[in-house]
Design a protein around this ligand. Structure first.
Ligand SMILES: [Fe+2]
Ligand SMILES: [Fe+2]
Length: 351
C-alpha cells in the first residue's frame, strides 16, 4: 500500500486509519456566527488559522515517504485481521438472539447511570470523528452504538441527535493545517482515548460486566496502536527538525488539547460537553491527572528535556513543555474538588 506522509496531512482524500483529517476537514474556516446560531448555540467557536507551516517544510515530509512505508504502515491492520463489532454482539441471524440480548440487558442492569453517560459521550466522539479516521475508528463507534442500543439503558434518539449536531458542528482542534501541530495533537489524543477506554473497561469489570469490559479493552488496544504510530512520527520529526517540533509541541499545549467532541450538543444542554467531562472526571475515566500524565509521558517519550542546539524560541518552548506538568499538578486537586461538588445534572441520553 503506497502512502506518503505529506499526503497524509494534505492531499490524500482516502486515508488509512491512523491518518489525519483530510483537506475537507481542514477546509475553509467556518463562519463562527453561522455555527453559533444553527449548530452549537451559545458555544464560542473561533475562526481557525488556516495554514501555519512554512511551505519549505513540505520537503521534510516528502523525504519521509519510505520511512512511513517501513515504520508507520506496519501499525495498520487489514480488515481481514481486524476484529469487527459483530464479534462482540448477539448475532441476529441466530436462534438464540433474543436470549443473548436478554443476557446483555441483565448485565447492563448492574451498571450505574453515570457510567452510561461516559460511555455515550465516548461513543458520540467516535461516531463523529472526521471521515479520514473512520477506517478503524468507525468500528469503535459502531460497536459501542450497537451495544448501547441493545442495553436498553439509553435514549437512542437523543444520542443520535447529538451525533448529528456534532458532525454538523465539526471540530475545532486548532491544528492550523500544520502537520507538526496535527501529529502532536493526534499523539496526545490517541493516548487520551486509550486511557479513557481502558478506564471504562476497568469499571465495567468492577460492575460485573466482563463482556462490556472486553469490548472497551479491544477498543483501547486499537487506540494504543494509533498512539504508537503518531508518537513515532513525532519522534522522527524531533530527530530531523527538533526546533520546529518542540515549538509545535509548546504551541499545542498552550492552546490546550481540546477533546474532539467539545462542541457536542443534544438540542437541550448548552454545556453538554462540560457536564459530560465532569462526570468522566468524577468517575475517574478521564481526569485532569490523566491529562498531565499524558503530557509527562510524551515529554519523556520524545526526550524533550535532552534536546540540544535549539534556537532561543526553541529553548523557550522546551522549558515551557518540561515545566508544564508541574504547574498542572497543582490544579489537579482543585479540579477533582470542583467535579465532586458539581451538582448532578440529568442527561437527555439516559432513559
Ligand atoms: Fe477510537
Ligand atoms: Fe484512535
Amino acid at each position: 500500500m503506497a502512502l506518503k506522509l505529506n499526503e497524509m496531512s494534505f492531499e490524500s482524500p482516502k486515508l488509512p486509519s491512523v491518518a489525519l483529517p483530510t483537506m475537507a476537514s481542514f477546509g475553509p474556516p467556518r463562519k463562527a456566527e453561522t455555527l453559533k446560531t444553527t449548530l452549537v448555540p451559545l458555544r464560542e467557536v473561533q475562526v481557525p488559522v488556516k495554514h501555519s507551516m512554512p511551505p519549505e517544510k513540505m520537503e521534510i515530509f516528502k523525504s519521509l515517504d519510505n520511512w512511513v512505508e517501513d515504520n508507520i504502515l506496519i501499525h495498520l491492520k487489514s480488515p481481514e485481521k481486524s476484529w469487527q463489532p459483530q464479534d462482540f454482539l448477539p448475532d441476529s441471524k441466530l436462534d438464540g438472539f433474543y436470549e443473548r440480548v436478554k443476557e446483555l440487558k441483565e448485565r447492563a442492569k448492574g451498571i450505574p447511570d453515570n457510567y452510561f453517560v461516559v460511555l455515550v459521550g465516548d461513543m458520540i466522539t467516535e461516531e463523529a470523528l472526521p471521515t479520514a479516521w473512520t477506517a478503524e475508528e468507525n468500528r469503535h463507534g459502531d460497536l459501542l452504538n450497537k451495544y448501547l442500543y441493545l442495553s436498553g439503558r439509553v435514549d437512542m434518539r437523543q444520542i443520535e441527535k447529538t451525533i448529528q449536531y456534532l458532525i454538523g458542528a465539526g471540530m475545532d482542534w486548532k491544528m492550523e493545517n500544520n502537520p507538526y501541530l496535527s501529529f502532536i495533537y493526534t499523539s496526545f489524543q490517541e493516548r487520551a482515548t486509550f486511557v479513557s477506554h481502558k478506564n471504562t473497561a476497568k469499571l465495567a469489570g468492577e460492575y460485573g460486566d466482563t463482556e462490556l469490559a472486553k469490548i472497551c479493552n479491544f477498543i483501547a488496544a486499537d487506540e494504543k496502536r494509533h498512539e504508537t504510530a503518531y508518537t513515532k512520527i513525532i519522534e522522527k520529526l524531533f530527530e530531523i527538525d527538533p526546533d520546529e517540533t518542540v515549538r509545535a509541541f509548546a504551541s499545542m499545549m498552550r492552546k490546550k488539547i481540546t477533546m474532539p467532541a467539545h462542541l457536542m450538543y443534544d438540542g437541550r444542554d448548552e454545556n453538554l460537553f462540560d457536564h459530560f467531562s465532569a462526570v468522566a472526571q468524577r468517575l475517574g475515566v478521564y481526569t485532569t491527572k490523566d491529562y498531565t500524565d499524558i503530557l509527562e509521558f510524551l515529554v519523556d517519550r520524545w526526550k524533550v528535556k535532552e534536546l540540544i542546539g535549539l534556537s532561543a524560541d526553541g529553548r523557550k518552548a522546551q522549558d515551557y513543555v518540561c515545566e508544564l506538568p508541574l504547574r498542572l499538578r497543582k490544579l489537579e486537586e482543585k479540579a477533582q474538588l470542583i467535579a465532586k461538588r458539581a451538582p448532578s445534572i440529568s442527561f437527555s441520553w439516559i432513559s
